[in-house]
Design a protein around this ligand. Structure first.
Ligand code: IMP
Ligand code: MG
Length: 190
């Protein structure tokens, strides 16, 4: 029988099983990359969207690591689904990053402004290395040129939710990744 989806969800794009399988593969690549490092890897989750993806990856890491977070705001108040390119830092890391291997964990690459902003800030801190793990990449031409080191999945240019991703703070904790029924939700609001 078809699964009953919450109101406002159109269809599932990646199931919980698919996500967990991919997360394990990514963790094993990360384990290989950092296996000879003595200092713990610093995972930096970009709040709030990356919290589930980061937690899932971290469960399968065998290399020493610690977890830290930053919070940014990239979308202006006028719109919830359109990037303004106006990225601001709301909360910085607690850890001193000097000389550390840093892995930024991000939910989705859309315009790329967010990751470009993070790269610029972190590179100025004398870190030893910088890589990123991104759960989803929208298959559009990104405005900023970003190289993804560990990618979960590619997706079409829908508004997606679940596994940390939200729409107006809703749907973040869905264990799958789904396409939002934005027309339906917009109609309701009018
Ligand atoms: P970028 O700066 O345009 O690459 O946007 C990245 C940020 O926008 C992500 O960290 C998300 O928080 C948010 N975002 C972009 N697209 C989506 C989406 O489809 N669903 C949920 N959040 C999104
Ligand atoms: Mg985000």
């Amino acid at each position: 029988m078809a699964q009953k989806l919450p109101y406002g969800i159109k269809r599932i794009l990646f199931t919980e099983d698919e996500i967990q399988k991919r997360v394990k593969q990514i963790a094993s690549e990360i384990n290989k990359t950092y296996k000879d490092e003595k200092e713990p890897l610093v995972l930096i989750g970009v709040l709030k969207g990356s919290f589930m993806f980061l937690a899932d990856i971290a469960k399968y890491l065998t290399v020493p690591h610690i977890v830290d977070f930053i919070a940014l705001s990239s979308y202006g108040k006028s719109s919830t689904t359109k990037s303004t390119g106006n990225v601001r830092m709301i909360m910085d890391t607690r850890e001193d990053l000097f000389g550390r291997n840093v892995l930024v964990v991000e939910d989705i690459l859309d315009t790329g402004y967010t990751l470009a902003f993070i790269n610029t800030i972190l590179k100025a801190r004398g870190i030893k290395s910088l890589k990123n793990a991104v759960l989803l990449e929208k298959n559009i031409k990104h405005e900023a040129d970003i190289k993804i080191d560990y990618l979960g999945f590619e997706c079409d240019n829908y508004w997606v939710v679940g596994e940390g991703l939200d729409y107006k703070e809703m749907f973040r904790t869905l264990p799958y990744i789904a396409e939002l029924d934005i027309d339906k939700l917009n109609k309701e609001e009018k």
